[in-house]
Design a protein. Structure first.
Length: 119
């Protein structure tokens, strides 16, 4: 199983980045996908999530209206479009896959990609 994030980098305040997470080794379309982030000295927090078929999304209040999560099940990839970036968005961003079935939960994590927003 692999979740490989890409697209992170350094951007100025107000800029945009698009993160991608390519999945392999499991049936991607069965899994809800999420993006989490962790800033230095802080706990990992949920940024955005999308259901397995892509019909429903949810966002942290801090990113609503600025970030958009989407997925392409044909390409086994989930995306996070980040606009109007702020310095407080600086963090390592992690891709997460989850499936809950018959009371059993399966989770996979990517290795993370650094996003740095300069002021």
């Amino acid at each position: 199983v692999q979740l490989v994030e890409s697209g992170g980098g350094l951007v100025q305040t107000g800029g945009s980045l698009r993160l991608s997470c390519a999945a392999s080794g499991f049936t991607f379309s069965w899994y809800a996908m999420s993006w989490y982030r962790q800033a230095p000295g802080k706990e990992r927090e949920l940024v955005a999530g999308i259901t397995s078929a892509g019909g429903s999304t949810n966002y942290a209040d801090s990113v609503k209206g600025r970030f958009t999560i989407s997925r392409d099940n044909a390409k086994n990839t989930v995306y996070l479009q980040m606009n109007s970036l702020k310095p407080e968005d600086t963090a390592v961003y992690y891709c997460h896959a989850q499936r809950i079935r018959f009371g059993s939960r399966t989770d996979y994590w990517g290795q993370g990609t650094q996003v740095t927003v300069s002021s």
